[in-house]
Design a protein. Structure first.
Ligand SMILES: Nc1nc2c(ncn2[C@@H]2O[C@H](COP(=O)(O)OP(=O)(O)OP(=O)(O)O)[C@@H](O)[C@H]2O)c(=O)[nH]1
Ligand SMILES: [Mg+2]
Length: 452
């Protein structure tokens, strides 16, 4: 956990602004003793902390690469918790490159992706969930996602996790005390106290999980793969959902061969929709390759939309057998304008949507069905940016709490209750990074962009 400041002996530098031309580019530097580096770069001293100073950025011969602003943030009052410099130069890739080369000559090295945030985490400036929220904010693709990221960055997610963790700790202490004094025959169940506290913990956890689930959906959304026999209107459905003629539509069976991907947004929920080649036996080698890719795409989808002509649903059983198992399926009975049917939705183990890709009737039913099955609530104001990792940790915490509850109910073995509570608390701690390992940190920060 938070290491001593100046844990890292080396200095890192990277552009903080995206590559390309612009009015201004910012280069950030973090590490020990940056005041002396600033002096060598500018031949100026007296940098007032956190003030913008106008200065030349000099090369090794003392001529100016550029003139701009330099800000000095002495440790520990900086993003990383180390000494930091921000250099604002003109937004030319060439100037940035020259400035970086000069910084490297002065002892800095290129920062790895996410290294600034990683240092911020290791120096205790941010916890892990907050550091991940920084990345989520930068990547957010919608206003809702940005707001959810901001809430997590401000620590709302971490705060909830800490509160739960604190309540768990108190409950553990209570249960463990009853083990220590078991000769006094404290009956856990009879008191009802443990049961009541466990119940309220489970409820709070469920609320948090739902808010995090919203956040994950805002960020990652879902992937739906459109599959089915040739000519049933798969590409027409993609076009209708996308609101544009993305795919070629003809009445020739076997029109689509390649995968076609559209990134869409249903009321704030990102949805990647993939159109595929029609599934049938035979076909030329191109079509067969298309079918192979279709199956592959389905395997990693959140949901398969099995499109069928509503007038020819006998193909259904054969089709269901072609689909990879384990991926949820929604059946789309298309061409209701030709079948004389009305738009509709039947919610079941395998739901059915009746629609017409051609007229658009029933399309909204499909969209709201997809949002519903993913647990997405469009109007929710309290989503917290979260990743799959966080949700998995929350679900595992729930599992251990549930086990503690079961032990309490059925065996009344205080040791087993206590052990499950301990395991539950450990899972929670993974979220904020109180319990982590190097591999996990490496994985998380590698996803960040360079300079963050
Ligand atoms: N009347 C009517 N025609 C439709 C509807 N959906 C698609 N079609 C027509 O059905 C034919 C096939 O449509 P596509 O979207 O190309 O079908 P596909 O499933 O992608 O076909 P392949 O790519 O060959 O597998 C085209 O002539 C479409 O205009 C619909 O809802 N109603
Ligand atoms: Mg097609």
């Amino acid at each position: 956990m938070p290491k001593a400041l100046d844990f890292y002996a080396d200095i890192i530098a990277a552009p903080a602004t995206p590559p390309g031309r612009g009015a201004v580019a910012v280069v950030r530097v973090s590490g020990p003793n940056l005041k002396s580096l600033a002096l060598r770069l500018t031949r100026k001293s007296d940098f007032k902390p956190r003030y913008a100073h106008y200065a030349p950025f000099l090369d090794e011969n003392g001529s100016a690469i550029d003139r701009g602003l330099i800000l000095y943030f002495p440790a520990p009052h900086s993003y990383t918790g180390e000494d930091m410099l921000e250099l604002h130069c003109h937004g030319s890739p060439v100037v940035v490159e020259m400035l970086l080369r000069r910084l490297f000559a002065l002892g800095a090295r290129p920062a790895e992706p996410g290294e600034f945030s990683r240092r911020a985490f290791l120096n205790g400036k941010l916890d892990l969930a907050q550091a991940e929220a920084v990345a989520a904010l930068i990547e957010s693709a919608s206003e809702e996602a940005a707001r959810a990221a901001q809430r997590s960055l401000e620590g709302m997610f971490s705060e909830r996790v800490h509160k739960l963790s604190q309540a768990l700790l108190e409950l553990r202490a209570y249960v463990e005390a009853s083990i220590d004094f078991s000769d006094q025959e404290i009956d856990l169940l009879a008191e009802g106290e443990v049961e009541a506290r466990l119940q309220s913990l489970l409820e709070d956890l469920e609320t948090l999980r739902r808010r995090a689930q919203q956040g994950r959906l805002l960020r990652e959304g879902m992937t739906a793969v459109i599959a089915g026999p040739p000519n049933v209107g798969k590409s027409s459905l993609l076009n209708r959902l996308a609101g544009r003629e993305a795919a070629i539509v003809t009445d020739i069976a076997g029109t689509t061969r390649d995968l076609l991907t559209e990134h869409l947004n249903f009321d704030g929920m990102p949805c990647t929709v993939i159109d595929t080649a029609g599934l049938r036996s035979g076909g030329d080698s191109i079509e067969r390759e298309g079918m192979r890719r279709a199956i592959q795409a389905m395997q990693s989808a959140d949901r398969i939309l099995l499109v069928l002509d509503c007038r020819q649903t006998q193909a259904e059983e054969f089709m269901m057998a072609q689909l990879p198992c384990g991926v949820p399926v929604t059946k789309v009975y298309n061409k209701i304008d030709l079948g004389g049917l009305s738009p509709g939705l039947e919610e079941a183990a395998t739901s059915v949507v009746y629609l017409s890709a051609k007229t658009g009737a029933g399309i909204d039913l499909l969209k709201s069905h997809l949002m519903h099955v993913m647990g997405f609530e469009a109007e929710r104001e309290d989503a917290l940016a979260a990743r799959r990792r966080h949700l998995e940790a929350l679900i595992r915490t729930q599992d251990f709490l549930q086990r503690a509850w079961d032990e309490l109910r059925h065996t009344q073995a205080a040791e087993l209750v206590a052990e499950n509570l301990r395991l539950a608390q450990q899972r929670l701690a993974e979220i904020t990074g109180e319990v982590t390992n190097e591999d996990l940190l490496g994985e998380i920060f590698a996803e960040f962009c360079i300079g963050k």
